[in-house]
Design a protein around this ligand. Structure first.
Ligand SMILES: C[S@@+](CC[C@H](N)C(=O)[O-])C[C@H]1O[C@@H](n2cnc3c(N)ncnc32)[C@H](O)[C@@H]1O
Length: 370
């Protein structure tokens, strides 16, 4: 057993060595690599090193490298260096005090301001969902899988014509489009997002009602919505903002109304190295918390949880990864090599995190307690 791991460790080391040479090291990148390794650990230093490569990462190599079953020693090292208290301290002091964390719109626009055309290269063509899909059959396309997910969420929301429906964090409007297909009512479905590019897209391409509203800081009108839902926007809500938001949603709901959320939660370490890398580089300002925290918030805000299910994010991440890699040249033309590399690492790394069940994808229906 041990010798098998030794061989695979040696083979890994050899591959990584080859790759480090292949990605053309410079003095600056090596210094950053050493600092990152000490402060945030090896997952972060390798991710930053490869992302900053002046040439595109070989997608096949990256996927194999991230997807590999690691020896217990390597796993221990990746998860526990630097020691948790130091990592947590770095995260809390550095990240939570950064301007991107303090201002929701700054982090969100950094992510979504890249280019709508870039996201279009790997998201499904029909809806442009940027959230976990449901692959029911193994050979489902991302288009089919997003439609499956949309049908699932549609059942949870159960929208009816004439009902006032609010999409919190509506992205490029995919679920609004799905609801409209069912109800035929465009007037009563409203999307909120603070991403300027998405607002432009929804208004110009879809013609739906969308508002530039930060749902964390805005005041909600009482008794004004029949249904409120969010699909993976709670990840951008700081843990301390969850309870005030849940209380506002409770008051904003009309009698007999319901709330549907799809969101990710951590099962182990909220500041694991790869989550830190994602928070700094991909979703600045986001912070994923535990299911315990969400459940206690829902209950404290006087909701009962009438549905809770867990879904598999891995096939979606693989589908996005493959599409992006297939569109390498166009992606680099639109956003440059570094962003292309970062997104490949983001999808492969997130797949690894879900593979270890360190993060879970949840769907809930909340109804007001009597
Ligand atoms: C991962 S995307 C999901 C988009 C869409 N729900 C989907 O399924 O594709 C997260 C969305 O939440 C929005 N968002 C995040 N924080 C927000 C906030 N505080 N106020 C309004 N929108 C927010 C982002 O702008 C983005 O549209």
């Amino acid at each position: 057993m041990l010798s098998r791991y030794n061989i695979s460790l040696k083979a890994n080391k050899q591959k990584i060595k080859e790759y480090i040479i292949y990605t053309r090291p410079s003095l600056k990148r090596i210094i950053i690599f050493i600092i990152d390794s000490c402060v945030f650990g090896f997952s972060v230093s390798f991710a930053n090193y490869f992302a900053s490569s002046p040439i595109p990462i070989d997608a096949n190599w990256l996927w194999k490298c991230m997807d590999k079953k690691r020896s217990p020693f390597l796993r221990f090292l990746l998860h526990n260096w630097p020691l948790k208290p130091l990592r947590w301290l770095a995260f809390l002091l550095w990240y939570r005090n950064s301007y991107k964390y303090k201002n929701h719109a700054v982090g969100i626009n950094k992510h979504y301001g890249i280019s709508n055309d870039f996201y279009n290269l790997f998201l499904d063509k029909k809806y442009m969902f940027y959230t976990c899909a449901d692959f029911i059959k193994t050979n489902d396309s991302i288009e089919q899988a997003q439609d499956n997910k949309a049908n699932y969420i549609l059942k949870l929301i159960d929208p009816k014509p004439g009902e006032k429906i609010l999409d919190l964090g509506c992205g490029w409007g995919p679920m609004m489009k799905k609801i409209y297909e069912k109800t035929g009512d465009k007037e009563n479905i409203i999307g909120w997002t603070i991403a300027k590019e998405q607002i432009k897209y929804i208004r110009e391409v879809l013609g739906f009602r969308v508002e530039d509203v930060n749902f964390c800081t805005t005041k909600f009108e009482e008794n004004s919505w029949d249904k409120i839902f969010s699909i993976e926007s709670l990840e951008a809500v700081r843990p301390k903002e969850l309870l005030p938001l849940a209380k506002k949603l409770r008051k904003a709901l009309k009698l007999g109304g319901r709330i549907v959320h799809q969101f990710s939660t951590v099962t182990k370490d909220p500041f694991s190295p790869l989550l830190i890398w994602g928070a700094f580089n991909i979703f600045p300002g986001s912070e994923i918390t535990t299911i315990e925290k969400h459940m206690s918030v829902f209950e404290e805000a006087k909701f009962k949880i009438v549905h809770h299910s867990i879904h598999d994010y891995r096939p979606t991440l693989k589908a996005w990864f493959d599409r992006l890699a297939k569109n390498q040249n166009e992606a680099i033309r639109l956003v440059g090599v570094k962003t292309y590399n970062m997104y490949l690492i983001f999808f492969a790394g997130s797949h690894g995190i879900f593979q270890e069940h360190a993060v879970l994808l949840n769907r809930v229906i909340l109804e007001p307690m009597d």
